[in-house]
Design a protein around this ligand. Structure first.
Ligand code: 13P
Length: 258
């Protein structure tokens, strides 16, 4: 982290977990242990149907609510889909774009991710753009090139003044839900390479201020070391965000440095 230049973000990604009632119960518990965190932005990305319950439960807190996906079009005949304007109108601040599970199950490619990034930004949302390599790709030694291509394509056409709202999340696919997190130096190496790509595209000032998260089996045991890395500006947390205590422990682990 480098809190002098950029925001630290600890974000949960609940995936397809919890009902609205369980969302309310989680919020009650988290609120009792959540200090008035100043050192990081706390975000919870929840299933669409739980967004109203989450917004209501966290109304008077510092917890921002995010969605896990959106549709690239602003409206129209897209049965079952949700647009950026609908999310914004509810009071949603963040939206995950291009999570590897959506790339895999939803068939989203880099171009689709780029369209969704534009849709999110046009509506005033903060996209959390996910990139990451599979184990096969890592073993082939193409991680750097692959991540660079994912980042460049996702950000294609995004002007520099909108980059203030863009968050990038490095999530190696082999580390998601496996209990096998990337080593801190591995995570930092890729996050640093992402910052280099952003620097080439937008210059040093934007690169220095962009928040880059790590995601993939982050938990209360490994969070401190991962977050101590200079280019890891926070976490995107799946399983460990489903219970208030481990999530809180990760929020506390981000309270380090100046
Ligand atoms: P886990 O923390 O469960 O590995 O999930 C990470 C993730 O996919 C967050 O988006």
């Amino acid at each position: 982290m480098n809190r002098k230049y950029r925001k630290t973000i600890i974000s949960g990604n609940w995936k397809m977990n919890k009902t609205a009632s369980q969302t309310k119960a989680f919020a009650e518990e988290l609120k009792t242990i959540l200090p008035k965190t100043k050192w990081c932005e706390v975000v919870l990305c929840v299933p669409y149907v739980n967004i109203p319950a989450a917004l209501k439960a966290f109304r008077d807190t510092r917890v921002a609510i995010g969605a896990e996906n959106l549709h690239a079009e602003s409206s129209g005949a897209f049965t079952g889909e949700v647009s950026a304007d609908m999310l914004k109108d509810l009071g949603v601040k963040y939206v995950i774009v291009g999570h590897s599970e959506r790339r895999w199950y939803g068939g989203e490619d880099d171009l689709a991710v780029n369209r969704k990034v534009h849709a999110a930004l046009s509506a005033g949302l903060h996209p959390i753009v996910c990139v990451g390599e599979s184990l096969e790709q890592r073993n082939l030694g193409v991680t750097g090139e692959l991540i660079a291509l994912q980042v460049k394509t996702a950000l294609s056409g995004v002007p520099a003044d909108r980059m203030r709202r863009v968050v990038i999340a490095y999530e190696p696919i082999w580390a998601i839900g496996t209990g096998e997190n990337a080593r801190a130096e591995q995570a930092n190496e890729v996050c640093q390479s992402i910052r280099t790509v952003v620097r080439k595209l937008y210059g040093a000032r934007v690169a220095r201020s962009v928040t880059i998260l790590y995601g993939g089996s982050m938990n209360e045991q490994n969070a401190y070391e991962l977050l101590a890395q200079p280019d890891v500006d926070g976490g995107l947390i799946g399983a460990a965000s489903l219970d208030a205590e481990p999530f809180m422990a990760i929020i506390n682990a981000s309270n380090q440095g100046e």
